[in-house]
Write a protein that binds this ligand. Structure first.
Ligand code: FES
Length: 116
C-alpha cells in the first residue's frame, strides 16, 4: 500500500526537485513535496525516495545512519529499506512510503501519487 515505486507513472505527478549534479553518491536531500516529507538519497549511483517520517512515532529519518540500503531512525532505532520503505526492525512495525524517482534531462524528479 505504501510502496509507490511500481505505480503506473501516469498515476503520479512527477515533481522536479533538484539538478542531478546537486546530489552526489551517498548524499541526501530533505524535501517537502505537496505535504509529503521525503528524503532523497543516492546510493551506488541510484536514487531512492522514502518518507522522511518514521512509522513508529513520526520522527524524521533523513539524518539516520545508513547501513547498506537500510536507514536507521535516530530516535528509537528502527530500520527501513530505502529501496522499498519496508520496515526491517522494531519498534516500528509498519512500512513507510517509497516513491518513484527518475532523472530527466539532468534533473531529478520524484513521483507523488495523484490520489494522496
Ligand atoms: S520514532 Fe522512529 S523508531 Fe521510534
Amino acid at each position: 500500500m505504501y510502496n509507490y515505486i511500481n505505480l503506473d507513472p501516469a498515476k503520479c505527478d512527477f515533481i522536479m526537485v533538484a539538478e542531478s549534479s546537486e546530489l552526489g553518491d551517498n548524499e541526501r536531500l530533505m524535501l517537502d513535496i505537496e505535504e509529503h516529507p521525503i528524503v532523497l538519497l543516492r546510493i551506488a549511483g541510484k536514487l531512492y525516495a522514502i518518507a522522511d517520517k518514521c512509522s513508529h512515532d513520526g520522527n524524521m529519518l533523513g539524518d539516520g545512519n545508513l547501513d547498506g540500503y537500510d536507514i536507521e531512525c535516530p530516535r528509537h532505532g528502527s530500520y527501513f529499506d530505502v529501496r522499498t520503505g519496508q520496515v526491517k526492525g522494531l519498534p516500528a512495525a509498519v512500512d513507510i512510503p517509497a516513491y518513484p524517482v527518475r532523472e530527466v534531462n539532468g534533473w531529478i524528479e520524484v513521483g507523488i501519487p495523484k490520489d494522496t
